[in-house]
Design a protein. Sequence first.
Length: 253
Amino acid sequence: MIISHEGKVAFITGAGSGIGRGVALRLAADGAKVAVVDLNIALADETLSLVEAAGGTGVALAADVRNRDQMQQAVDATVTHLGSLDLLVNNAGVVTMASLADLTDEDWDFVVDVNLKGQFIAAQLASRVMAPGSAIVNLATIESEVVVSSSGNCQPHYNASKGGVTMLTKALAVELAQKGIRVNAVAPGPINTRFAGGDITSPEAMAFMSQRLLVPRVGEPEDIANAISFLLSDAASFIDGVQLPVDGGWLTR
């Protein structure tokens, strides 16, 4: 299957590293102009340099997804510099490692605001300038459906925020259908980005994950980017309001 995003402009949050960087590179390779949005402009610039080195086109923008004014400025700049906004990837996300006993109000608010409120703000602002035929993909996680813990402790605020993304995706799909905008989500399994701070490729980590994984490896950002590019494309034009696990079979067991 050949996927093309020629003539489209993609707005990708958290695109300075990890999955977001992988998505920016994949969508640019598929023909889209990319707005590389990140809180850290130096990282956004690095991603844009990689996009341009591979022959792509885009713009690097600094914005905090929790800040409505900054996100509005980023949306406006995207339309001004790249001509439109057709594809939104709500990728920005955070986690802090805290059990229920240790979880503070500050950590709860931080994680929920970035992971859930940030997706709401981006979708609301972007959808106002998106034309019929546009598409949105939100980043959830397998932890929106199951709790993953190798120590007996989990991160309740992270689970709650990503569970909210699952239902936000369905609500956005219903509301934006009248505008001809599709909304889906991708739920990554263990991805090699050091998102949680540790090395998930270590023998100890692999011993734990091998109990659930059907594919005997951890995922790479490219695995998630491939799925996102498909869901954003015309090849997925009859897919709306779903959450696609890209998890090496984790949720199967």
